[in-house]
Design a protein around this ligand. Structure first.
Ligand SMILES: [Zn+2]
Length: 184
């Protein structure tokens, strides 16, 4: 899609299907992030698990969809709700390669996910522990369990940092800035 940005230098992961732990699902989210990069999108990926199965997986498509709400998490939440036929994502765990922004953090509380596991904390825009924590709102009627960082964190961070580094050094083509708010 973009001739000026070098191809993604990172490889997808092939986690064993036998151990369906946090690392397994985060690896799938990481693979989604690589798909995002290959479409010249900020490399963020998301997977939603329920009862050991993946019921949604998506990556950021803000640029291609011309949609500021097309974050990986929003798309995955919509997919998961459609799959379950219920807006309540009870019993679901969201795996995402970077801490959710205000919009996505809000959507996770609104959809009542059981647990959120994110790889890279975001002190700038993250709203589940980084910049602030919506999960701590005193009167919110649903709280989610949080796994903050530590699962494939270094790999997911390296992917994001490399993407922005290449973007900065690549010949200018689209110079809209706001995406740099997402992860840097
Ligand atoms: Zn978001």
């Amino acid at each position: 899609m973009d001739a000026s940005l070098p191809p993604c230098p990172f490889q997808k992961r092939f986690p064993s299907q036998l151990l369906r732990d946090d690392l397994f699902f985060m690896s799938l989210a990481y693979n989604q992030a690589i798909d995002a990069w290959r479409e010249d999108e900020v490399p963020i990926g998301c997977v939603i698990e329920r009862d050991g199965d993946v019921i949604a997986e998506a990556h950021n498509t803000v640029e291609g969809a011309h949609d500021p709400t097309a974050h990986a998490e929003m798309i995955a939440i919509t997919q998961a709700a459609a799959h379950l036929g219920d807006w309540r994502l009870s019993g679901c765990t969201v795996y995402v390669t970077k801490e959710p922004c205000p919009m996505c953090s809000g959507a996770m509380l609104m959809s009542r996910v059981k647990r959120v596991c994110y790889a890279v904390p975001d002190p700038k825009m993250g709203c589940l522990g980084g910049a602030t924590n919506l999960n701590d709102l005193p009167r919110v009627n649903h709280h989610t369990d949080l796994q903050i960082g530590g699962v494939l964190e270094a790999d997911c961070r390296e992917l994001l940092q490399a993407f922005f580094q290449l973007k900065r050094t690549a010949p200018a083509q689209t110079t809209e800035g706001p995406e740099s708010d997402r992860a840097d």
